[in-house]
Design a protein around this ligand. Structure first.
Ligand SMILES: Cc1ncc(COP(=O)(O)O)c(C=O)c1O
Length: 173
């Protein structure tokens, strides 16, 4: 297309300098210097052996982090919520029931995502500055018998940390 047909002129993009902020939240957050260095390595094709080697290393690291021997451990190349939505949409079929333990913004977001997939999402709410006890969760699980339970560990919208200890056993019961 001839540039004379452009109705929007070329924008003037400034080369901006930033003072490095101190980011301590759950995200975006400061990264270790070796991580920052890795970001300036050459971009790889996603279908070359070097890329698969890197993915295999990430998988090994994740297995160590989560202390699991499962081969279903994978890194999602997307934002944090794309990971959450991947789990919601792959773990449950439409019309199956997802119990969402909600104590902040992220529980509401899980509810909206699940509904869009046709999942029978049911919210169980407590005040936003509190966390769930095992008894509360057990009662709701027994009442609803859902396919899965969705719960946020560190809820950045309320600044609360939910203990996850014992939840796996409750779900398997
Ligand atoms: C608890 C929690 N879950 C999910 C997200 C979403 O992450 P992202 O913005 O990377 O999609 C955030 C972001 O702050 C978060 O705090």
């Amino acid at each position: 297309m001839s540039t004379s047909k452009f109705i929007v002129p070329v924008p003037k993009i400034e080369d901006r300098d930033f003072i490095k902020p101190l980011l301590c939240g759950p995200g975006p957050c400061d990264v270790w210097p070796s991580v920052a260095e890795a970001l300036i390595k050459p971009v790889l094709s996603p279908v070359c052996d070097e890329f698969f080697d890197v993915l295999a290393d990430i998988q090994k690291g994740l297995k160590y982090l989560f202390q699991t021997k499962s081969n279903l451990v994978l890194a999602i190349s997307g934002s944090g919520w794309s990971g959450a939505e991947t789990i919601i949409s792959n773990l449950l079929a439409p019309s199956e029931t997802l119990l969402i333990a909600t104590r902040g913004y992220w529980g509401d977001r899980a509810f909206d995502s699940a509904k869009r997939y046709g999942i029978n999402a049911v919210q169980f709410r407590i005040p936003f500055n509190t966390t769930f006890s095992l008894d509360q969760i057990e009662r709701e699980l027994k009442k609803l018998r859902p396919t899965a339970l969705f719960i946020i560990h560190g809820d950045s919208s309320t600044g609360t940390v939910q203990s996850l200890i014992g939840l796996g056993e409750l779900c398997h019961k």
